[in-house]
Design a protein around this ligand. Structure first.
Ligand SMILES: [Ca+2]
Length: 368
């Protein structure tokens, strides 16, 4: 196992980020020595990155291909691969087992096998098919560590697909309902059209029905005016947070309200326009490009692709953030809490927009 320090790419204005990364490189060098000696590859989180966690960072698995989503099935993790449509099972000791391939998935551009969600022995997946994006459900059999998956049942179909802006995150809320982020699929105006499923966050029953208490009667739409949301998470008070890719100016972290309009394409970022809900925070895409998020304890953790960093927003100060692992592992696609309190991350350096090293893509664990 080798972890190579990575350099943050992009504009020359990244001097500060590069300096912050220097400490991480030193720590990584220590890791290389530890690996060579056959020791535990764990290294402390670099203090300069404001990790807020004292736990060690270690690579759990390597050699994955465009991993996209990670969920836990007991102590084992289920990981989707976007391009191959494989679902993999990872154990904490590094074991990897293929459950199967999500049949009917057609990778293209940013589409493929995207988000996963688990409810009992049912595995939900957001997949790109030949004609649309859809959420399907597989029944899992076997025991954790030796699971297999059956054939898919459609939960909802007809979500717009395109080369870009496919959305794709799915998660069950504390209300037991299934939430789905849908991108505008390149049709920006659709995000403001309540009749379109593009540019929305949807709320469904576990069987794909429309909950009677949805904000628009008879519609799966929960919120609108989104461009390409790819992260969902709830805090202990039941508040829903979502991350969203902006166009050229501002990426967003939003607090999602039932029936809320988040502005796209009439507003991007904090616009102070009547009728639209402004984001809690915004970041330049070069510093962010946020995908998966996880709410753990008192903080929201956001995995960033182009920004190549994990961002932390404290729940008691939603107007500020700190950063960690800047440039250390490259592009980050997802972050999820493990049952033991650790955070697991997925890198996304093999997605066609990264600069993969020999071990990419990787699953990284940050100890509690
Ligand atoms: Ca917005």
């Amino acid at each position: 196992m080798i972890i190579r320090p990575r350099h943050v790419r992009g504009a020359g204005s990244r001097v500060a980020a590069a300096a912050a990364t220097a400490t991480a490189i030193v720590a990584t060098a220590a890791l290389l020595s530890a690996c060579a000696a056959g020791q535990d590859p764990a290294v402390p989180v670099p203090a300069s990155t404001e990790a807020g966690r004292s736990g060690a960072v270690a690579v759990i698995a390597s050699g994955l291909r465009t991993p996209w989503s990670i969920v836990f099935d007991g102590d084992t993790a289920l990981v989707s691969e976007r391009d191959s449509a494989r679902v993999l099972e990872l154990t904490r000791d590094g074991g990897m087992h293929e459950l199967g391939v999500a049949s009917g998935t057609l990778h293209g551009g940013e589409g493929g096998l995207l988000g996963l969600a688990l409810r009992g022995s049912a595995l939900y997946a957001y997949v790109t098919s030949a004609g649309d994006n859809r959420v399907v459900r597989f029944r899992l059999t076997g025991t954790p560590g030796a699971r297999s998956m059956g054939t898919p049942t459609t939960i909802i179909d007809g979500l717009p697909r395109a080369a870009n802006h496919n959305g794709g995150r799915i998660a069950f809320g504390p209300d037991g309902m299934l939430y789905v982020t849908v991108g505008d699929a390149g049709d920006a105006a659709s995000a403001q059209d309540p009749e379109s499923l593009g540019g929305k966050i949807l709320r469904l029953t576990p069987d794909g029905g429309i909950p009677p208490d949805n904000p628009f009667p008879g519609s799966p739409v929960f919120s609108l005016g989104h461009r390409n949301p790819q992260g969902l998470g709830w805090d202990r008070d039941g508040r829903l947070f979502a991350s969203e890719f902006g166009q050229h100016t501002w990426d967003e972290l939003n607090l999602i309200e039932a029936g809320g309009n988040y502005g796209w394409p009439l507003a991007e970022g904090i616009a102070h326009r009547a009728g639209f809900i402004d984001p809690l925070q915004q970041w330049a895409p070069s510093d962010a490009s946020p995908s998966g998020i996880a709410v753990v304890g008192e903080a929201i953790y956001i995995a960033n692709l182009r920004g190549e960093r994990l961002r932390r927003v404290l729940l008691d100060d939603l107007s500020a953030s700190t950063e960690e692992l800047v440039g250390v592992f490259g592009r980050l696609r997802d972050v999820a809490p493990a049952p033991d309190g650790a955070l697991w991350l997925l890198t996304s350096n093999t997605d066609g927009r990264g600069d993969p090293v020999a071990d990419d893509d990787r699953v990284v664990r940050i100890a509690p």
